[in-house]
Design a protein around this ligand. Structure first.
Ligand SMILES: Cc1ncc(COP(=O)(O)O)c(C=O)c1O
Length: 440
């Protein structure tokens, strides 16, 4: 060992910044530069999945009012918030749980990490998937199985395919990741589909990580069903303030524990929280009570923001699908869809783009400047030419006010709404078309 070197654990050494964040930062830096000097090097920002809307006023007001709470609190969360979260899930999703089975944590990312850390056994991660699960499993030295999802199934997990998959892997405790509504595909599972998946999981004793962080953004909210209402004994539900309440920076996530596992699973979380971070910021927890309790103000916020996501998603996905050779999923919740460029694979490969990672890099490069998340960053195999489009690159505050004044009714009005409030995203679709034409 040289004197000036510090030895780093090999699992940590192998880590790198997730692509959505690194591209997001690159886009933000370039935008700062573009503000200072006139330039034509701005990016079309389809990479970073952050809600464009302002933090709900109710939450901001409550944070100010609670700023003086400076003490540490219970590692599992303050009782008022755990109570309010249990009530929220009962009201909206018919989940029967008690406050002591709700854990408040620093964002769902950390809560997911804690679940993976606490549970024995392997993880089953669908492909495609959100960028976050696999690096956490790798950091913990856990193995994972990749469950391929198929375009012909609309990238939905199918019970018979899950059954065959579970039969093909070693018998032990597994944790299946089920993200609904889905990042990156925008798919929303019906109650019937979830019921069938729950039956397979029950039969095989598989636990489920129901990552439902986009639940309240489901465009037809009545169609959203929580896996936790159908498979309460085996489901960990995660959610939080980051997406539907546009407060990712508040770093507040919640986890509803399965009904089985007694108090030992609760204590495992609380003990781990105490060892890692003691408790999460008290003023943020106190403020969050207001947006989990019943309130017409927050319901209006949910209703307007989910409608804007629906409009943006429909218009941008439809415009992408109109480009010859491209197919886009039609999102039903959240703010992403998957853009499939597989039909053009040969043309790309002939021209030097051998993998979907290379495709992502070429889209980002000068002169295209199209920022997307591609390839293994969404758990796609290297020869599957698919990219994730996040449709949130617009001024959310202006769009919110515009919608409040005059909500568009017809499809024509919706297109006009997108033209007016999110012109850059439509230009981005044109840029994608130009890029594709260059190769084909
Ligand atoms: C599917 C999914 N799960 C979890 C997270 C993490 O959210 P949080 O901000 O609560 O850590 C994200 C954030 O992008 C996500 O897209």
């Amino acid at each position: 060992m040289q004197n000036d070197s510090i030895l780093i654990q090999s699992a940590v050494k192998k880590m790198h910044m997730p692509e959505n964040l690194s591209i997001g930062m690159r886009v933000a830096e370039q935008r700062e530069k573009c503000k200072k000097e006139k330039c034509d090097c701005d990016y079309y920002g389809f990479a970073f999945g952050q809600s464009p809307f302002p933090v709900p006023s109710l939450l901001k007001r409550k944070l100010q009012e609670n700023a003086h709470f400076g003490g540490y609190v219970h590692p599992g969360g303050i009782p008022e918030l755990r109570e309010a979260v249990a009530g929220f899930y009962q009201r909206h999703f018919r989940i029967k749980t008690s406050a002591d089975r709700v854990i408040i944590g620093p964002g769902t990312k950390t809560l997911i990490y804690m679940i993976l850390n606490i549970l024995k056994g392997n993880v089953i991660i669908p492909s495609p998937s959100w960028i976050g699960y696999a690096p956490q499993a790798a950091l913990l030295g856990k193995s994972w199985h990749v469950l391929p999802l198929h375009p012909e199934d609309d990238y939905r997990m199918k019970p018979e395919k899950l059954e065959a998959f579970l039969t093909s892997i070693p018998k032990q405790q597994h944790l299946l990741v089920l993200n609904n509504p889905n990042n990156p595909t925008g798919v929303l599972y019906s109650a019937e589909e979830l019921e069938a998946l729950a039956q397979v999981c029950r039969k095989h004793g598989v636990l489920v990580l129901a990552d439902e962080i986009y639940a309240m953004t489901s465009y037809r909210i009545k169609d959203f069903t929580s896996m936790g209402s159908l498979y309460p004994e085996g489901t960990f539900i995660t959610g939080g303030l980051s997406k539907d309440r546009s407060a990712g920076g508040y770093r507040l996530g919640v986890c509803l524990l399965p009904s089985k596992g007694g108090s030992s699973i609760v204590h495992s979380f609380e003990n781990m929280a105490a060892a890692l971070y003691t408790s999460i910021p008290t003023p943020i927890q106190r403020a969050a009570v207001s947006v989990y309790q019943e309130s017409s103000e927050i319901e209006t916020y949910f209703q307007i923001t989910r409608e804007i996501h629906r409009i943006m998603g429909r218009v941008i996905s439809t415009s992408c699908s109109q480009i010859p050779g491209l197919k886009a999923t039609m999102p039903q919740g959240g703010f992403y869809f998957l853009l499939d460029l597989q039909e053009l694979k040969e043309a790309f490969q002939k021209n030097g783009l051998k993998t979907s990672n290379q495709l992502g890099a070429a889209l980002l490069d000068h002169p295209h400047h199209i920022a997307v998340v591609a390839g293994d960053a969404i758990m796609l195999p290297p020869d599957r030419f698919g990219v994730r489009i996040a449709f949130v690159d617009y001024d959310g505050e202006a769009a919110y006010h515009h919608y409040q004044k005059k909500p568009p009714v017809t499809e024509k009005e919706e297109l006009a709404f997108v033209r007016e409030t999110a012109p850059r995203m439509l230009e981005g679709v044109e840029a994608i078309e130009k890029f594709v034409r260059q190769y084909c």
